[in-house]
Design a protein around this ligand. Structure first.
Ligand code: FE2
Length: 273
């Protein structure tokens, strides 16, 4: 474990039989996340598995037409996101691939995705004390495996936040390498009025863990590059959100309400223990 800055901690892990095994206990990681700090876990997932996810996702997106209708949260789809989120008013420009029905994908593509999403799922289960499987469950929270491509030349995701529960801890796995595959863009956070930019700190295979109700964003890829939806160049990440898409959305009140919110949920956690 290493303190990279006041709010940024690096934790080593080994990848053993498809499982991410951190150097410190899961409870200790969650204690750091809830402080809150941003925790970067060096997952040890071999880079060729991550590269396979990018290449197979790109090739799938070339075979399957991009969705242009409202999300149904019960399929496998990809979409060019270019809008301002309705409730939080967060602007966004990126290409996401959502595999809510991951179990229904064709054999080899499914296996390739699972080599990375299964370790991520088990890791999140271990952190949060859950034993969740994939599958669509209307009216309940469930996994929304997602591969996100931030193309060169101006992709980004504006400041936004999420309800703390049931996700508790957000997971962002870097599928490719800063400084080699892309040169700008990364996730930023606000903790106690301090801006924490992780751009350049997240290497390929690193998982960023963050308390899910922290305000966060994705800083833009450089405008010096030419933007092109049809070019796979850029930053690629895998995330594993767990929520009920028909449930309560995040509140509009932020950032003023956030400190009260974090205090209130800390009190609730204390009561629950
Ligand atoms: Fe987010």
């Amino acid at each position: 474990m290493k303190e990279l800055s006041k709010y940024l901690i690096s934790v080593n892990a080994t990848f053993v039989n498809g499982e991410i095994v951190p150097e410190i206990p899961y409870e200790e990681i969650m204690r750091l996340v809830n402080e809150p700090k941003i925790v970067i876990v060096k997952s040890g997932i071999p880079e060729h598995l991550l590269k396979n996810v990018i290449e197979s996702t790109w090739s799938w997106s070339q075979r399957v037409p991009a969705s242009e209708v409202p999300d149904t949260f019960d399929n496998n789809q990809h979409k060019r996101r270019l809008h301002i989120a309705r409730i939080q008013q967060a602007p966004q420009l990126f290409h996401d691939h959502t595999f809510d029905a991951i179990k229904d994908l064709e054999g080899s593509f499914k296996e390739t995705l699972l080599t990375v999403f299964d370790p991520l799922r088990t890791f999140w289960n271990n952190l949060t004390g859950n034993k969740e499987e994939y599958g669509i469950r209307k009216g309940q929270p469930y996994f929304h495996p997602q591969v996100t491509h931030y193309p060169l030349g101006g992709s980004f995701f504006g400041r936004h936040w999420h309800p703390l529960n049931p996700q508790k801890v957000g997971t962002i796995l870097a599928l490719n390498k800063y400084g080699r595959d892309y040169h700008s863009g990364g996730t930023g956070y606000i903790i106690n009025d301090t801006v924490i930019e992780t751009e350049g700190f997240q290497d390929v295979g690193d998982i960023i863990l963050f308390r899910y109700d922290l305000p966060h964003w994705v800083s833009p890829s450089s405008f010096a590059d030419r933007f092109n939806w049809n070019d796979p160049a850029g930053r690629w990440v895998a995330i594993l959100p767990f929520y009920d898409p028909w449930g309560q959305p995040a509140e509009h009140d932020e950032p003023q309400g956030w400190k009260q919110h974090i205090n209130a949920s800390n009190e609730l956690n204390t009561v629950a223990v």
